[in-house]
Design a protein around this ligand. Structure first.
Ligand SMILES: Nc1ncnc2c1ncn2[C@@H]1O[C@H](COP(=O)(O)OP(=O)(O)OP(=O)(O)O)[C@@H](O)[C@H]1O
Length: 358
């Protein structure tokens, strides 16, 4: 068993309210990612689960038992940090073995466990080296092996891939997913990288200013963001948000455009709205009836695709286009909109108005 449940966590540091009523339910064996920008309270949440900081209020339950007052060592959790904190004088073997030595395991048990972990992380060749003789990615694997070598109730990981270059990060994302599957253990993983979150998680909790904005599968969080902030934080390039109102069977933009009102858009006439359009649901090719007139503002070639910035009134739409697209800034063009995939938010509350019928 490895369930982690936190309820109403509050923690302030002086005037800063780092956690403001955080409630999360992590099922046994989940790869649970806490996603949020810098300062959102992610590390503070992990430290609260680990018992490293005293809370102002709230509770932590591990495997259904109240562990709020338990000392960190009594919680049986393993924490992996951004900095690897390996013992520089020890070999890789000894580094990985250290948590087991502390538990007084036999030499035979230690050798078997280190062998298993080093095979899992593909570091068998490195066991006799010292940390100074390793690359950053290898050090990260050794640090992970050292955390994973024992079988705690759950693993708490604080942005463990941050220090790696992009290629290694991508590799390690796949590795971590594979390791999680083969161990079947509970991972609570903190990151500010939405690609990491979407690619690895079973469940994502999106955190902002100490408050949980939404919890769901990566698809739910991407396809049905609970509010405009989640819609803007998850997705690259970011979703475009256009100010508008519903009027009868039309959506009328503050910039003067009109679009047919989608069937699912049940907002009251006249209410201030934001129409959310993701780059992949827009096209600079003529495809359907729903389109917006604008002018080309800029092109961002990304290799496999080009992001076209189109100015509509004073607002910029980001459109995903083929890498071969060309154009000159100022050129007039039309952007085709897939309204069945659009999002609608209340401009005042920010909450999603895209009902289940979308
Ligand atoms: N020991 C501390 N003393 C004072 N303020 C703190 C302390 N720890 C955290 N904070 C503040 O609490 C807020 C949440 O911090 P936290 O480290 O949990 O954010 P985070 O989401 O993990 O950010 P990052 O991605 O940058 O690590 C921030 O405003 C931070 O400055």
């Amino acid at each position: 068993m490895g369930t982690v449940a936190v309820q109403g966590l509050c923690k302030s540091f002086g005037k800063v309210q780092a956690l403001d009523g955080v409630t999360l339910d992590v099922p046994d064996g989940a790869f649970f990612v806490v996603l949020g920008p810098s300062g959102a309270g992610k590390t503070t949440t992990l430290r609260a689960i680990a018992g490293l900081d005293k809370l102002d209020s709230g509770s932590v339950h591990l495997d259904g038992k109240d562990a709020t007052g338990d000392a960190p060592a009594a919680r049986d959790l393993a924490m992996v940090f951004q900095n690897y904190a390996l013992y520089p004088r020890h070999t890789v073997f000894e580094n990985i073995a250290s948590p087991l030595r502390a538990r007084r395991c036999s030499s035979r048990e230690i050798a078997a466990a280190v062998e298993r972990m080093s095979r899992l992380l593909h570091i068998e060749r490195l066991l006799q080296r010292r940390p100074a003789q390793l690359s950053g990615g290898e050090m990260q694997r050794v640090a992970l092996a050292r955390a994973l070598v024992r079988s705690p109730r759950a693993f708490l990981m604080d942005e463990p891939l941050t220090n790696l270059d992009l290629k290694l990060r991508v590799e390690m994302r796949t590795e971590l997913t594979r390791i999680h599957r083969s161990l079947g253990a509970t991972f609570v993983y903190v990151t500010n990288d939405q690609v990491e979150a979407l690619s690895m998680a079973d469940q994502v909790a999106v955190l902002r200013e100490g408050k949980v904005q939404q919890v769901g599968t990566p698809t739910e969080v991407y396809e049905r963001p609970a509010n405009r902030w989640v819609a803007g934080f998850v997705g690259s390039p970011p979703i475009s948000l256009l100010a508008c109102r519903a009027e009868g069977d039309r959506l009328v933009g503050a910039a003067g455009w009109t679009l047919p009102r989608p069937r699912w858009a049940t907002a009251q006439d006249g209410r201030a709205l934001l129409l959310g359009l993701r780059a992949e649901d827009l096209s600079v090719e003529q495809r359907g009836d729903a389109s917006l007139a604008g002018e080309l503002y800029g092109l961002e070639p990304l290799g496999d695709r080009t992001v076209v910035d189109v100015r509509v009134g004073t607002e910029i739409l980001k459109v995903k286009a083929r890498p071969t697209v060309v154009g000159t800034p100022g050129e007039r063009l039309r952007v085709t909109v897939d309204l069945d995939r659009a999002h609608l938010f209340d401009a005042d509350t920010g909450l999603s108005l895209s009902g289940a019928g979308r």
